[in-house]
Design a protein around this ligand. Sequence first.
Ligand SMILES: Cc1cc2nc3c(=O)[nH]c(=O)nc-3n(C[C@H](O)[C@H](O)[C@H](O)COP(=O)(O)OP(=O)(O)OC[C@H]3O[C@@H](n4cnc5c(N)ncnc54)[C@H](O)[C@@H]3O)c2cc1C
Length: 341
Amino acid sequence: TLAVKYAVRRRQFEASPGTGEQLLLDYGLHQRRLLPLLARTYALHFAQDAVRGQLHAVFSGDDDSPQERRRLESRAAGMKALGTWHATRTVQECREACGGAGYLAVNRFAALKADSDVFTTFEGDNHVLLQLVAKGLLTDHAGEFEDLDQLGTVRYVTGLAVETVMERTSAHKLLERVRDLLPGGDEWDREAGLLDPRYQLAMLRFREEHMLGGLARRLKAGVDGGRGPGAVFSSVQDHVIALAHAHVERLVLESFVHAVEALPEGGNKAALKLLCDLHALSTIEVDRAWFMEHGRLTVQRSKAISREVNDLCRRVRPLAVDLVDAWRVPPQLLRAPDLLG
Ligand SMILES: Cc1cc2nc3c(=O)[nH]c(=O)nc-3n(C[C@H](O)[C@H](O)[C@H](O)COP(=O)(O)OP(=O)(O)OC[C@H]3O[C@@H](n4cnc5c(N)ncnc54)[C@H](O)[C@@H]3O)c2cc1C
């Protein structure tokens, strides 16, 4: 809120002669820095709301079972990790986006940073929590879940046929189906369908399922090759974290897409659809190297995604103040006189 409001007050440099100094938020770079973070904040809000619904379902007894409790624990752990990393990154970006004024103690970014920073560690270090998420995915939250430490998880997974894990994944079929739905059908390289949530979700599901299958195969190959489960797990921990990340990103986007779909037609729906597209495409853009490595993005389509993110930023720009006002952060919590004026 502070950074967006500052960016619609503060003018710096003439963009073209005789036009006067330009507002910060009219610079493409400033939009790129702030607006995907704004979209992600909304995305995480809806995803957190889904956790709240799940919490209610379990603890009201509407949908309670040991497996549902494990799913809830895993989802809360994943959300905590992504939410707290987002918070600390956003505070830093906003601090810098306010320049020297952002550095002044009176404008409180330093205090906000100090407060939010530690959330990445306490109540469970984020990387450790993401390992819990991956354990749930590998074992499908099996009955033995609580008793499984890292080594037990490796033994459990390698005791299953890798096909059992793969059975839960059908990413290729999913992408084929979406390809059929797109205008232009088999012309996968064209820009068509970038704003179709079915395409966006299929990309994130493909990534998650491919990573899950790949991780199960790596664990099994390591143990079959005669290495100890501990050494095998340690050597694939980067894949473990990547899988958990991909899983939570998919849940976050699903929550956002469902929330937009549930809204009645109108201005709010149109605004949130823009934000949802911005969130989805900037999430894919961040990991475009992975999608290209795995044959799911051509160079042309990857560039089309970056162009679309820029375009969405321009379209969200006029709504930015309304979108931060919608949070209704109480004035006593904002208290940054130099930034708000
Ligand atoms: C300000 C603050 C307040 C706190 N308040 C409370 C409180 O009120 N009550 C309470 O019970 N606790 C509290 N804690 C403790 C907090 O929950 C722990 O600090 C946190 O869970 C991390 O554990 P640790 O400090 O032992 O880190 P460590 O486990 O030593 O982790 C250090 C680093 O090693 C990495 N690491 C650890 N294990 C692995 C592994 N298996 N594989 C790969 N990497 C690994 C971690 O990712 C982390 O980056 C607080 C901590 C802080 C900083």
